[in-house]
Design a protein around this ligand. Structure first.
Ligand code: GLY
Length: 402
C-alpha cells in the first residue's frame, strides 16, 4: 500500500520533481544561497503536496513518521506546526491548494483557544492562527488568538514571575522550561493588537525571570527550573529532555536563542539582545559542534557518529540567527548569517532533506524529540519542517535586499 501510494505520488508530482537537482547531488559551497533556498522551497512544496495526498480521508494532523507509519495528533503541543508550514508554503509559492489546506487544518485547532491546562498555546495557536492572521488578516483568527493569549496569561504566577509550564510531575512544584520563551510571542502580539498592556507585562516578567535563572555564565541553558510557588525561589535546576541536569539540551538552546531574539524584536530592551547573543555565541563557538553544524541532540552527548542529531534544533537556530543578525553590527550579522546559511545548506542537502514521496511526506530527516525517554529519536518532526520553512522564507527575504 505504502509503495503504491509513493509511486502514485511520484507520478502526480513528477513535474515538480523534475525541476529539482539530480538525486544525490549535494549542494556545495559554490552553489549560491539563493539557489539553495529556491530549490528547497520547490522540493518542500512538492513534498507537502504528497503529504496532503496521503492525508486524504484521515483525521488528525501529522506529527512524525515512525516505523513506516504516519503519527497523527490533534491535542499536543505540536499541532499548530503542520498548518503553519502550509501557511509558509502559501507565502512562498502562492498556491491556492496550500491556502485551502492551511485554512482547513487551522480551523481544526480552534477549541485550544480556551485551553488553560497548557503553556504551549503560543506554539499551537501562533504557528497556525498567527501565521494565518498575518497572511489573511481574518478577524476570526484574531479573536481566537486573543482568547488564546488570555488562556496563556491565566497560567502566570506573580510571586514566581513566570508562566507555569507543566501541570504534571510530582518531582517539581512550579516547573518552567526554557521552551516557554517561545509562547511569549503570542502575548506580545496580543498586547499590541488589543492595547491591553497586561499581556506585555507578563511576557516581560517571564523573560526577566528566565534570564535570571535559566542561564549559566557561558550562555548555555538549563532545561527546567523548578520554583517554590510560596516564595518564588528556585528549588532546582534540572533536565527533562536533555542528557543531564548540567548538560545543554540542543533544542532548549535553540529555543533560548529564538525566544530572546523575539523579546528584543518586540521590546527593544538591550538585555534581551545581550542574552540572545550569549545563547547564540555558545552554539557558534562550541568545540563539539559537528562540521555540518547540525547539533547532536545534546551538546554534551558523546561525539560518536551514531549519536542522534537534532535537525529541528538546527532549523530553529537558523531561523533565529537570521533574525538576530538584523539587530547587530555588520561583522556580527555576517557571522550569524554565515552560520545560518551553513545550517540551511546542510538541511537542504540529501542527508537531511527528503526526496519527494519519502520520509512519510515530511521535509527533514534526523530530528530527536525526547532521547531520554526513547521517544521520537532520529525521525522527521513537524516542527523541524515548520522552522526550516520559516528560515527559508526569512533567508529569501534577506537575500532579496542584500
Ligand atoms: N516542548 C517543546 C520541545 O520538546 O521542544
Amino acid at each position: 500500500m505504502r509503495a503504491s501510494l509513493r509511486l502514485l505520488a511520484l507520478g502526480l508530482f513528477g513535474l515538480t520533481a523534475c525541476a529539482l537537482r539530480a538525486p544525490g547531488a549535494t549542494p556545495d559551497s559554490a552553489t549560491p544561497m539563493r539557489e539553495i533556498v529556491e530549490q528547497a522551497l520547490i522540493r518542500s512544496a512538492a513534498q507537502y503536496d504528497f503529504m496532503l495526498y496521503q492525508l486524504r480521508g484521515r483525521q488528525g494532523l501529522p506529527r512524525t513518521w515512525e516505523d513506516g507509519q504516519l503519527v497523527l495528533s490533534r491535542h499536543d503541543w505540536t499541532v499548530g506546526f503542520f498548518p503553519g508550514s502550509l501557511w509558509y508554503l502559501v507565502e512562498a509559492k502562492g498556491d491556492e491548494k496550500f491556502r485551502t489546506a492551511a485554512t482547513r487544518y487551522t480551523a481544526q485547532l480552534a477549541a485550544h483557544q480556551h485551553n488553560r491546562r497548557t503553556h504551549d498555546l503560543g506554539f499551537m495557536l501562533g504557528s497556525s492562527f498567527g501565521q494565518g492572521h498575518r497572511l489573511t488578516g481574518d478577524p476570526a483568527y484574531r479573536e481566537v488568538l486573543l482568547n488564546g493569549a488570555a488562556s496563556l496569561a491565566s497560567r502566570f504566577d506573580a510571586r514566581v514571575g513566570a508562566i507555569r509550564s507543566w501541570d504534571w510531575g510530582r518531582q517539581w512544584e512550579f516547573p518552567v522550561i526554557i521552551d516557554n520563551m517561545m509562547n511569549l510571542e503570542l502575548l506580545l502580539w496580543a498586547a499590541r493588537e488589543s492595547g491591553d498592556a497586561q499581556f506585555r507585562t507578563i511576557a516581560v516578567q517571564h523573560a526577566d525571570t528566565t534570564l535570571r535563572h535559566h542561564f549559566r555564565p557561558d550562555g548555555s541553558t538549563y532545561h527546567v527550573v523548578d520554583y517554590d510557588p510560596r516564595t518564588g525561589k528556585v528549588r532546582q535546576r534540572v533536565t527533562h529532555q536533555g542528557l543531564a541536569d548540567h548538560s545543554t539540551w540542543s533544542r532548549g538552546q535553540a529555543w533560548a536563542i529564538y525566544g530572546f531574539t523575539l523579546l528584543y524584536r518586540e521590546t527593544r530592551e538591550a538585555r534581551f539582545l545581550r542574552q540572545a547573543r550569549a545563547a547564540a555565541d555558545f552554539v557558534l563557538e562550541h568545540p563539539r559542534l559537528p562540521a555540518d553544524k547540525i547539533p547532536r541532540w545534546d551538546f554534551d552527548a558523546p561525539e560518536f557518529p551514531s549519536t542522534p542529531r537534532d535537525a529541528s534544533a538546527a532549523a530553529i537556530m537558523a531561523s533565529a540567527l537570521l533574525e538576530l543578525g538584523t539587530f547587530v553590527p555588520r561583522a556580527d550579522r555576517q557571522r550569524y548569517h554565515a552560520f545560518a546559511h551553513a545550517q540551511l545548506r546542510s538541511l537542504a542537502s540529501p542527508e537531511y532533506l527528503a526526496s519527494v514521496g519519502e520520509n512519510g511526506g515530511f521535509l527533514l530527516r534526523h530530528s530527536t524529540g525526547n532521547r531520554p525517554e526513547g521517544k521520537e529519536v532520529d525521525v522527521p518532526l513537524n516542527y523541524a519542517d515548520y522552522y526550516f520553512l520559516e528560515a527559508l522564507v526569512r533567508c529569501r527575504a534577506l537575500l532579496a535586499v542584500e
